[in-house]
Ligand binder design. Sequence first.
Ligand code: 3H9
Length: 697
Amino acid sequence: MTDIVGYDLDGDIGIITLDNPPVNALGHELRAGIVAALDTALADKGAEAIVIRAAGRTFPAGADIREFGRPPQDPWLPEVCNRIEAATKPVVAALHGTALGGGFELALAAHFRIAAADAVVGLPEVKLGLLPGAGGTQRAPRLCGGRHALDLMLSARPVPARKALEIGLLDEVAEDDLYHAALALARKAANGGLPPRPTRERRRGFADPVAYEQAVREWREKLANSPLPAPGRIVDCVEAALLLPFEAGLEFERAAFEELMNSPQSAALRHVFLAERRAAKQPELKQAEPRPINRVGVIGSGLMGSGIAVTMLDAGLPVTLIERDQESLQAGISRIETIYARAAARGRLDEQEAGLRLARLSGAPDPGALGDADLVIEAVPEDMEMKKAVLAAAGRATRPGTILATNTSYLDVNALQVSVPRPENLIGLHFFSPAHVMKLLEIVVARQTAPDVVATAFALARRIGKVPVRAGVGDGFIGNRVLTAWRQAADEMLEEGATPCQIDAAMREFGFRLGPYQVLDLAGLDISWARRKRLASTRDPEERYVEIGDMMCELGWFGQKAGKGYYLYDSGDRRGRENPDMLALLDELRAARGISPRHFPADEIRNRCLAAMANQGARLVEEEIARCPGDVDVVMVHGFGFPRWRGGPMQAADAWGLLQVRKQLQEMAEGNPKFWTPAPLLNELIKNGMKFASLNG
Ligand code: 3H9
């Protein structure tokens, strides 16, 4: 057969084996190979039944996402599924690993499905702004009914094999040997022990049409305000499965799939999926072996330090917490205990598990306790001298192979390297607050960082469930640089007449969960204040400087933790309400500057913010602090709540049109040229008819 599809005869059963690493994605070659192997099996007089299985780590995890957006090549996946279903010999799909999307649809078209006990199945296309487009919306409901089918497709969550068996999506779960259990099932079918049954003819899932329609109605109501088209189209297709003949249902699904494939939301979601995986791939992972990490030290147990400790404990790593004295240590431990108590109270974790995780925590008021740590992360306040002293002490207390990491948000990691005995062991691990919740991890590779330290950081990110992005050394790395630009654009509008509420509302309408001022309040305004003070002497006097943030900090309004920032936070309230003192302060500032305030429509707010972010992203790429625009997008999606379905600022700028972005920047450039002048990279791309996406490789 082909290199990636094999055909053998095992006794009287034809075995088709798919072997397209890493995840058996159903690209053109694999699809063509399956059709050819199926023809061979059907023509093979020795084969009474057929098993389709996969080699490697998984049964196909879906259609090949990298082919999307290109002209389709025959045979299409829906066609392959129809051919399997129409086979004149019984076909058994033997699933292991993660049988997802088009992979599971292939299985749904087979006559029987058996899965390994640890396999999961799912239809997660909605996460890519799509729907199952190879018959999944029509076949799954026939097997498991409307409610389960809708849950499967709209939650996008994979279902464990046993649960899938229970709801009718599988026929058997193989307790130990999947291959032999699949052979036995195929033999039983071949011997007439099981009736042939194309899924299109199954009616089990339609047994209770009233409940089916009720599920459709409930989901439709729930999704009424979704900004995404895919969920609603999934509901339409599942409803169509009940109402239309099978072939017409397939056509309905096909049309909806194509409409979604051409939607900007799907383009953005696919972009983020691929960008996340590109960001995790680093040359060092091929060149160097990650160092083993069995114990982690965390220095500093404030908001960041305790969140980092929880992240490590959650991943099964023992943690040694270091504080300057017993009292601070006790406060840090209590903070961690509170995080677990809250998780248990909310039912996210059972108390026993919370206890097991806490049992991995130890602490000491002295870095001497770090002797057996493989990695030490400092999370002390943003002060260069303090960080240098803490890292130097950690360097002295640890073994030669111990990796030291700084969680600095802005400071120069090259300068910090100078303070430690083994600079090649120092790296930046920039977590985002709250560290045990936020997925992003900026991995800051400094001048002397060793390749195996970089490889270890990326391997660790995977282990602790974070989304890693490499960043070069530069003030604020990637995320905080873009945030600063976003904030500059927003602050200029504040000064000219907008309010924090209006700006935040416009950004939420764009799809952000939180607006820029809510984010600043959450992170603490003192952090960026300290940075501004540090950089005050280097500030370009020609650059427009909006003083509002400094004025607030001088009054002690540090955001959520102080109960007052851009918003007011009554005790226990994390959402905040409009801060009237803030509005008065703004009036004061405008009056002092002689500015008469004007109204800002939401689209102007969004355009200015987006242009500023994309321009800053372009500069980060030029300066090689970000490797590519896609990395900037991943940072903004995972660290700052940029709506995933908009793809991040660079993808959103591509979608808006780079000419439009430049026009917006040029319009602004007069008031603050240094900040708003389009980055040379932007001009270069426009000149060559390219987009940011062209640089993602
Ligand atoms: C679909 O099926 C549409 C159909 O309904 C209709 C069609 C007509 N394609 O995530 P990982 C690569 S839509 C191509 O790091 P993990 C990935 O890029 C699809 N490549 O591993 C990476 O490559 P590299 C519906 C894919 O163990 C490598 O595999 N299916 C695809 O953490 C490892 O990936 C989905 O949405 C793909 N479909 O997680 C499932 N999937 O090594 C999407 C993965 O070169 N996939 N790759 O960087 C996943 O959720 C996870 O990848 C999975 C493994 C759980 C499978």
